[in-house]
Structure formats: structure tokens, C-alpha cells
Design a protein around this ligand. Structure first.
Ligand code: F6P
Length: 534
């Protein structure tokens, strides 16, 4: 018995339920969708029936989602294993006061935000200059949450990008920084070192490489560096002037930090006003999340659909499928947001979880994915719940005919997943092509789509900074709600530590200065082969 038992029993009692049949009763589409402003979240193409929904909402209530939500927004230390508050939301609503350890954290936040805005404006308007002229290129060096959010946001907001070009370096692989710096002029490049801890080996190594690259051409390389971190002692030790250091506190998790100074590269790209709209979109979703009843609350519903598919029905993955090319990196961003947050194996009190935690999240924009992995989604043996995102309008009025085709494809995919194609229909199609007998049956069977495959659709008017902010905050809160229902800590990431420690110990083995004693046979043999190949 666990918190999902009644839901699992309910699902087991309806093994033959066809989602399609729900549409014969009442107005399924209206009943199983919810709105936030002009957004529509449609979950009618799932196997959630009214009773399952009632059980899911009761589960959220029973697990204390409302109380924990308030605890998060008001600065309680809900990240219990690190003893930290979770207050990234403060960055998108820089009004009022929020107390952490008896101190109002908002005045300092407002001051940093104002400094970011002034610096971004100076860079964009040529008052902050490189040693060879106005800044033409910005290179953000960071990884994980110090990279994925800014990369995704810069792509998403491309129609608003009127500042210098922005580039991103994350990988420790020297190929990454080499290929990015190649072709840039050090005299007109600003390097932003973005690292919450300012210790991450990838970022610090790349920052050193960038400094050397800059030093070869400019007299004072540090003057063209800015830093974003919670560790001002380390940014000072790196030699970056405090005037260009933008701090934040440890109550902003790395994967939740795009709203904070970590978003500086985005602000330089699109300008402080558009960045403020992005924050406003996030804040609007916060308000909706805090105030809307669970049955009409988008983050809660998104989370409950996730719980239904993963913990109740046992579907191990979910595909995020934006029919919005500029959300190209949303799936990668969500992989960190969801899997680093909810990929845990023990509950808050340290006990082994008796059920699965968060799903594997993956995806690609449509229509590209259709020509790659949708085959498996439609006809494979596993069910992959799909989450479509779709803007009603594009940013290219003269290419609206292409947007129409994009939207038609998105709706067609969710319809195909729902409806499928029966053996009778497939047989009829093949008969019309002239097939008969055993060959007709064989060919028809290959063309059957089982259908009854679940999907949701998030429809929004247009990908503006406001809309984009709301979408990202929606997914953040979804992770929160799922984490509360799973009884886990969504805000630590101990699972990334072991590999980091082992990598440090392996470097001397690869260099040949250590014999790798204590390493397993496979690792030692691979290290020896690497040494032989170099
Ligand atoms: O991969 C672990 C992690 O700590 C992420 O949570 C974080 O986003 C990333 O590394 C980068 O950390 P930092 O911003 O401290 O360099």
C-alpha cells in the first residue's frame, strides 16, 4: 500500500478503457482542459476519467501540496538535505519582502537586478566597451543550470534579440570552446563566467582557456570578464572586478536560476525590458499556481497527469514535443529540471522509495521528431505519453502558411495517437491497392496503429517573453508538485557528485602518474588502452 494504491486499483478496474470513448460523454474537451490567461492545457486525450481526476486531486491535497507550496514561496528551508530555502520565484517578482533567516532578502536582490539592467544597457548601447571597440559578442561560460536556461531562452526569444551576438560554452571538451572562440575578436568580446559555486571544473577550466585567449590580444583581459556567482570570494580570486560581479544566494537552485543573474546573457541579447517581461510571465504563473483551485491549476494538473502516467500506469518516459522551433532546447532544459530534481531513490526522510520516482524526459521539436522517433511512439510496444506545445501564431506573418502546416501536423499527431488505425481500416486501404489473401493480411497488419496513446497539448497564443516565462515557471512548479507527491527532495542533486570525484582521481591514471590501484579491471584496461593510443 502506498499513496498511489487507490489510483492503481482504479486503473486496473478499467483495463479496456478507450480514451476515444470518453468523447461520447458530455463535453470531454472542455471538462478536461484548463486555462491560464490565453493558455489552454488540454489533457482530454489521456485515460484520466472523472473518478481518477478526483483521486489525483485528493492525492495532491493529502500530500500537502498547498501547505508545501506556501512554505516554498515564503522562504521555508524545504531543501532539507542542504538546509536551504527555495526562492527562485523571488527573482521574478522583485516586489515586497521575503524573509530568510529573519532577513528580508529582497532589497539586495532588487539592487543586483538594477545593476544587471544597467550593465546590460551599457553593453548594448556601447558604453561598456572592449579594448578594441563596442562589444560585438558575448560568450557565456557555464554548465548545467548556468547554461541550459540561458541557451534555451536565447533561442526562444530570437525575434527579440537585438543586442550583441551571444555564444555559449559548457563542455569540458576543448572542442567546444575552440569552435566557439574561433572567429571571435577578443578585443570586442565580453566573457561571462556563470557558475553558482565558481568551482565547477568544466566552467573554471573553460574560463582559464578564455582568459588565455583574451590575454593574447588585449592588455587587460580581466576587464572584459564578468562573473555570476554566489561566491564573491572566488570571483575576486579569479580577478574579476566586483563592479562586474552579479551575485545571488544559495536559495536559487542551479536549474532554477535563469531568472537570476544567470540570465544576464539573455538580458544583454534581448534587452532589460524584454527580460522584465520574461520575469513578469513567470510571476503571473506563480500567482496562478498559488491561487487557482487544483482542478483548474495548470502546474498541478500537469503534475497529476505525470503521476498518472508514471506512478499509476507505469510509463517510464515522457516525450516533450514543442511544435515551436525556437523551443528547440526546451527538452534538454527539462531533462535537467525534471531529472535532476525528481530522479531520486529515497524519500525526504532517507527511506527507500517503494515506487518509481521521476520519468525519463526527452524530446525534439515537431515536425522534425515526426521523421525520426515518432514511429516508435505510434507503433512501438511501449507507450510514451506525449506532451505537445503549440503556439497559435508564429512571428513570421509572411510565412503563416508554414505555421498553418506546423499546427496541422501537431494536431494530426495527437489525433493519430488517440484514434489509431484498426486492422479493418488498414485491410480496406490495402485491399483498395489491389492486395488479396495472405499478403493482404500481412501487409495490413504492418499498417495498424493501436491508438489509445495518451497526449496532452499546451496551447498558447505566441512565444513572447511573457509567454515563455510563464511556460518555464509552469514546468518548474510541475516538478515541485510531483516532488511533493513523491515525498522526495526536488532541490538537491547528490547523484552528480560521485562521477565528479572519480573523474578527479582518474586524471592521473590517464596521465600515467598513477597505476589506478583500486580501480576495477574494466576502468584500468580502458585507461591503459587510452594511454597506448595517445
Ligand atoms: O551538475 C550538477 C550541478 O551542480 C547543477 O545542478 C548545476 O546547474 C551545475 O552543476 C553547474 O553548477 P555551477 O553553476 O555551480 O557551476
Amino acid at each position: 500500500m502506498n499513496q498511489f494504491s487507490d489510483l492503481i486499483a482504479h486503473a486496473a478496474a478499467h483495463p479496456d478503457q478507450r480514451i476515444m470513448d470518453f468523447f461520447d460523454i458530455n463535453d470531454r474537451a472542455a471538462d478536461f482542459s484548463a486555462a491560464f490567461g490565453d493558455f489552454v492545457f488540454d489533457y482530454s486525450k489521456t485515460s484520466i476519467d472523472p473518478e481518477a481526476r478526483a483521486l489525483l486531486i485528493a492525492l495532491a491535497e493529502r500530500m500537502g501540496v498547498a501547505q508545501k507550496r506556501e512554505a516554498m514561496f515564503t522562504g521555508a528551508k524545504i531543501n532539507e538535505t542542504e538546509g536551504r530555502a527555495v526562492l527562485h520565484t523571488a527573482w521574478r517578482n522583485p516586489e515586497g519582502s521575503v524573509m530568510v533567516d529573519g532577513v528580508d532578502v529582497m532589497p539586495k536582490l532588487r539592487e543586483t537586478l538594477a545593476r544587471m539592467e544597467a550593465f546590460a544597457a551599457d553593453v548594448r548601447e556601447g558604453r561598456f566597451r572592449g579594448q578594441g571597440g563596442a562589444i560585438t559578442d558575448v560568450v557565456n561560460i557555464g554548465i548545467g543550470g548556468s547554461d541550459l536556461g540561458p541557451v534555451m531562452a536565447t533561442l526562444a526569444l530570437a525575434p527579440y534579440h537585438d543586442g550583441p551576438r551571444v555564444h555559449f560554452v559548457s563542455n569540458i571538451d576543448g572542442a567546444h570552446i575552440h569552435d566557439v572562440l574561433k572567429g571571435l575578436n577578443p578585443e570586442t568580446t565580453l566573457v561571462i563566467v556563470a557558475s553558482k559555486t565558481f568551482t565547477t571544473i568544466e566552467t573554471m577550466t573553460n574560463a582559464e582557456t578564455a582568459r588565455k585567449w583574451m590575454a593574447a590580444k588585449v592588455a587587460d583581459p580581466a576587464a572584459q570578464f564578468a562573473a555570476i556567482s554566489t561566491a564573491s570570494d572566488r570571483t575576486a580570486a579569479f580577478g574579476i572586478d566586483a563592479a562586474r560581479v552579479f551575485g545571488f544566494e544559495d536559495w536559487v537552485g542551479g536549474r532554477y536560476s535563469v531568472w537570476s543573474p544567470i540570465g544576464l546573457s539573455v538580458m544583454i541579447a534581448v534587452g532589460p525590458a524584454n527580460f522584465a517581461e520574461f520575469l513578469r510571465g513567470g510571476a503571473a504563473m506563480d500567482k496562478h499556481f498559488r491561487e487557482a483551485p487544483f482542478a483548474r491549476n495548470l502546474p498541478v494538473l500537469l503534475a497529476l497527469v505525470g503521476i498518472w502516467h508514471n506512478q499509476v500506469l507505469g510509463h517510464a518516459t515522457r516525450a516533450v514535443l514543442p511544435y515551436d522551433q525556437r523551443l528547440l532546447r526546451l527538452p534538454a532544459y527539462l531533462q535537467q529540471l525534471e531529472m535532476e530534481s525528481n530522479g531520486k531513490r529515497v524519500s525526504m526522510d532517507g527511506a527507500d522509495l517503494p515506487y518509481n520516482s521521476g520519468p525519463v524526459v526527452w524530446g525534439e521539436p515537431g515536425t522534425n521528431g515526426q521523421h525520426a522517433f515518432y514511429q516508435l511512439i505510434h507503433q512501438g510496444t511501449r507507450v510514451v505519453p506525449c506532451e505537445f506545445l503549440l503556439a497559435a501564431q508564429g512571428h513570421e506573418p509572411d510565412l503563416d502558411h508554414q505555421h498553418m502546416l506546423l499546427m496541422a501536423n501537431c494536431l494530426a499527431q495527437s489525433e493519430a495517437l488517440l484514434r489509431g488505425r484498426s486492422l479493418e481500416e488498414a485491410t480496406e486501404i490495402m485491399r483498395k491497392k489491389g492486395l488479396t489473401g495472405a499478403e493482404l493480411e500481412r501487409q495490413a497488419r504492418h499498417r495498424v496503429f493501436p491508438g489509445n496513446r495518451p497526449s496532452t497539448t499546451l496551447l498558447y497564443p505566441k512565444l513572447t517573453p511573457f509567454t515563455f516565462g510563464a511556460i518555464i515557471a509552469l514546468y518548474e512548479h510541475r516538478v515541485f508538485v510531483e516532488g511533493v507527491i513523491l515525498g522526495i527532495n526536488s532541490y538537491d542533486q547528490w547523484g552528480v557528485e560521485l562521477g565528479k570525484e572519480l573523474a578527479l582521481a582518474l586524471a592521473p591514471v590517464l596521465e600515467g602518474t598513477s597505476d589506478g590501484a583500486g580501480k576495477d579491471g574494466s576502468t584500468r584496461a580502458l585507461a591503459a588502452k587510452i594511454r597506448a593510443m595517445r
